[in-house]
Ligand binder design. Structure first.
Ligand code: ZN
Length: 228
């Protein structure tokens, strides 16, 4: 019984490790930091990403913390939220952050037809471009769910698919301390850190940010933007 449980645990650990590697490799393909910025940070760079916004309640709070620490980040926004709160998207862009595509309505893109995937991506591009003047160059599929159709449609649209390598599961609201400790435990040079500024109550994420940023800075990390 114990042996069977052990084998099952080992299997789960292996699957988790393989999943993390796949995500890291996918994320790594899209890391586009200017070489000078990476050198200035001694090669120790992390990429903060915020999904599911813009949110009028939480995005401005995230922006205020990032401003306070002089940190730039990448925001993967949902088209229908951009359409509902266009001024917030404009604010994100004006503060120097990268605004990228996270689909129009947050479906599992694997379950859609090719033309429906295109509509999710292009309508979101249009909404973001109207506020930022720039067309997103990257797509983060909701749930990180990709298949051959999603990849080929994204490529045909000139989009790189960007996933992540550090996931503190802040969306599940595990507590501010848990969000901080998970990020600070798992972060490595080049990490793409997944956080959320929309999709629900993000007060724990906002509260976790100052300690995450100050600790990473104390460890000598610089902060890059993706797809900018
Ligand atoms: Zn999302």
């Amino acid at each position: 019984m114990a042996a069977r449980t052990g084998r099952r645990r080992a299997g789960r650990r292996l699957r988790t490790a393989i999943g993390a590697l796949a995500v890291a490799l996918a994320a790594g393909t899209a890391v586009g930091l200017p070489a000078a910025e990476a050198r200035a940070a001694g090669g120790k760079v992390v990429y903060l990403t915020f999904d599911d916004g813009p949110s009028p309640a939480y995005t401005p709070k995230v922006l205020a913390v990032l401003d306070r620490y002089g940190v730039r980040a990448t925001f993967f926004e949902i088209g229908q939220n951009v359409s509902a709160h266009p001024g917030v998207t404009g604010q994100v862009a004006r503060r120097g952050h990268s605004v990228q595509n996270h689909s129009w309505s947050h479906p599992d893109l694997r379950k859609l037809s090719g033309p429906a995937v295109d509509a999710q991506v292009r309508n979101t591009d249009r909404a973001i471009r109207a506020q930022t003047g720039r067309t997103p160059t990257c797509l983060r599929p909701p749930y990180g769910a990709v298949n051959a159709t999603v990849r080929s449609r994204a490529a045909a649209d000139g989009k790189q698919v960007v996933l992540w390598s550090v996931d503190p599961q802040d969306w599940a609201r595990p507590g501010t301390a848990a969000i901080q400790s998970r990020v600070l435990r798992d972060v490595r040079p080049g990490s793409v850190i997944l956080l959320h500024d929309g999709g629900g109550d993000r007060s724990q994420t906002v509260a976790a940010l100052p300690a995450i940023l100050s600790t990473l800075k104390a460890r000598g990390y610089g902060f890059g933007v993706l797809c900018g």
